[in-house]
Design a protein around this ligand. Structure first.
Ligand SMILES: [Ca+2]
Length: 200
């Protein structure tokens, strides 16, 4: 495995007249699962903000559509992991949703999916897709402010972050729950009972 210095640079290039922030993200090593499979190139990456300040919620409940768990949290933008190499999220992302609603100063997280990036994607698209989350502890910068640059290094490459920081440590997108199926089944049984009553 090619060893590279790992950096995650957050460079805000927004100006006061624009309601967007351009993020130049470089992160590694990012994994596609809990094992040793590196995330591929061209995979789906999303950025979300904790607008209501109560955390991002239970990620293992993330569905096949949408990128947030908390209803009040906001998707900042999506993009591709890039083509720099396996295990790297190495690309520029534009966050267009930084002022409406106002997410500036709110914590944000990087979410990656073991599925190919498609422009306009509205979520993982299917159950069973592995995904990981890195709650950065950083906040969405204000317009016109050049945020600090942050270097994130896993211990594997001499950094302070644990080697499993960028593993997909959360559950895959869940299959439809048996609870939902049970609810449907219960509803059918109720209808059946009603019909029985009608025709009794
Ligand atoms: Ca929240």
């Amino acid at each position: 495995m090619k060893k590279m210095l790992v950096t995650l640079l957050m460079l805000g290039t927004a100006v006061a007249s624009q309601a967007s922030v351009t993020i130049d993200a470089q992160a590694a090593y990012v994994y596609a699962d809990t094992g040793s499979t590196l995330l591929g190139t061209g995979k789906l990456v999303a950025w979300v903000a904790d607008v209501d300040g109560d955390g991002f919620g239970m990620w293992n409940t993330l569905g096949t559509t949408g990128f947030t768990v908390d209803a009040d949290d906001v998707l900042l933008g999506i993009g591709s992991s890039g083509d720099a190499g396996e295990g790297l999220i190495w690309n520029t992302f534009v966050w267009n949703n930084v002022t409406s609603p106002n997410v500036q100063g709110k914590d944000y997280a990087m979410v990656w999916f073991n599925t190919d990036y498609v422009e306009g994607a509205t979520g993982a698209g299917a159950a069973g897709v592995k995904f990981g989350v890195f709650e950065t502890g950083e906040v969405v910068p204000n317009d016109g402010i050049m945020p600090d640059a942050y270097n994130y290094y896993t211990a594997e490459v001499g950094g302070t972050l644990a080697n499993n920081t960028f593993h997909a440590t959360y559950q895959s997108i869940p299959e439809p729950t048996t609870a939902v199926l049970a609810l449907i089944g219960g509803g059918l049984a109720y209808v059946a009972r009603r019909k029985q009553n009608i025709f009794a």
